[in-house]
Design a protein around this ligand. Structure first.
Ligand code: ADE
Ligand code: ZN
Length: 322
């Protein structure tokens, strides 16, 4: 049990955190038939491509500023209830554009949810704008331009998610140049569905301070050493990796090997209800499946605060709360 430990999460997709019961009530409100993607309270998908489709279907039942405020507040209050003091949410304002809500209203709803959760629980949160590979490089550039021109102080990072098998990192380099130039923190999904080459591409092209997943770097021992030398922080999501069959079981998962090789690692839930997990379960698994003690788990939480996309004063306050 890790219920006594303070927690931090750097990698969770906002729509990916939608509890099935909330998705169901939203679907009823908009008259959406959920049979294809949500049955008996369980999200329905059977491989990575189907997961991404399911994720997009769930996103489609969140349509207004109020819907986004409710989703955000619901997730952050759940996090706060398990001792989480800081959360970075991966968000897609271009989803707001696609559904006709508009990117600004989408972000305004999310920020209202952040403020409500903070007022009730004290949880601190920031937003990482993401592009999705499967919507193509132009949409990813548009997401970066949106993030770069925003003066919203809660938007502090830029990410690339979606279908990792689509294109190479170099195809998305311009988006990262725009985000870097704007002073945003950079992270990128790599080494999840694709192998070590994808992590090497990310380091070569993006030079991010963090990588989403990155766990398949384990396939190349020189690359693991490079990650350790650079101090790149991995946002590791073990439950997600097992659910998506990146590794067959926790025994084969490289979290412990990466940490022992000097790679800086953190614990995250990715899209918790899709993968039958939660941040609480990820922390519990660190203890029960990976055998880490409280001191080692706290060190990962400290690494997450060190790597958080926040100003130094906020970082200092978070460290003091650990
Ligand atoms: N979008 C939501 N979850 C994702 C994941 N695990 N990998 C890539 N893109 C995602
Ligand atoms: Zn992710």
């Amino acid at each position: 049990m890790t219920s006594h430990l303070k927690k931090v999460e750097l990698h969770c997709h906002l729509e990916g955190a939608a509890p099935p019961a909330l998705t169901k009530s939203q679907a009823l409100k908009y008259g959406v038939d959920t049979h294809d993607f949500l049955r008996d309270g369980i999200y329905v998908w059977d491989d990575f491509a189907a997961f991404l489709q399911c994720y997009d279907k769930v996103s489609e039942v969140f349509r207004t500023e109020e819907d986004y405020a409710l989703l955000t507040e619901t997730y952050l209050e759940e996090l706060a209830s398990i001792g989480t003091i800081y959360s970075e949410l991966i968000v897609s304002p271009d989803h707001g554009d696609r559904i006709g809500l508009g990117a600004n209203a989408y972000i305004a709803g999310v920020c209202a949810g952040i403020r409500a959760a903070k007022a009730k629980t004290g949880i601190e949160a920031r937003l990482i704008i993401t592009g999705e590979r499967h919507f193509g490089p132009a949409s990813v550039v548009a997401a970066a331009e949106y993030a770069a021109r925003s003066d919203n102080p809660l938007i502090t990072g830029f990410n690339l998610a979606g279908e990792e098998r689509m294109g190479r990192v170099a195809d998305y380099a311009r988006a990262f140049d725009i985000a870097r130039e704007a002073g945003l923190g950079l992270t990128i999904h790599a080494g999840e569905v694709c192998g070590a080459f994808s992590v090497a591409d990310a380091l070569d092209v993006v030079r991010p301070s963090r990588i989403g997943h990155g766990v398949r770097a384990i396939e190349d021992i020189d690359l693991v050493a490079r990650l350790a030398d650079l101090g790149t922080v991995l946002e590791v999501c073990p439950g997600s990796n097992i659910a998506l069959s990146v590794f067959p079981d926790f025994q084969s998962h490289p979290l412990r090997k990466l940490r022992e090789a000097g790679v800086r690692v953190t614990l995250n839930s990715d899209d918790p209800p899709f993968f039958h997990t939660s941040l609480e379960r990820e922390y519990d698994l660190a203890s029960s499946a990976f055998g880490f003690g409280d001191d080692e788990i706290n060190a990962m939480t400290r690494t997450a605060i060190e790597a958080a996309f926040v100003d130094e004063e906020t970082r200092r306050r978070l460290m003091a709360r650990l």
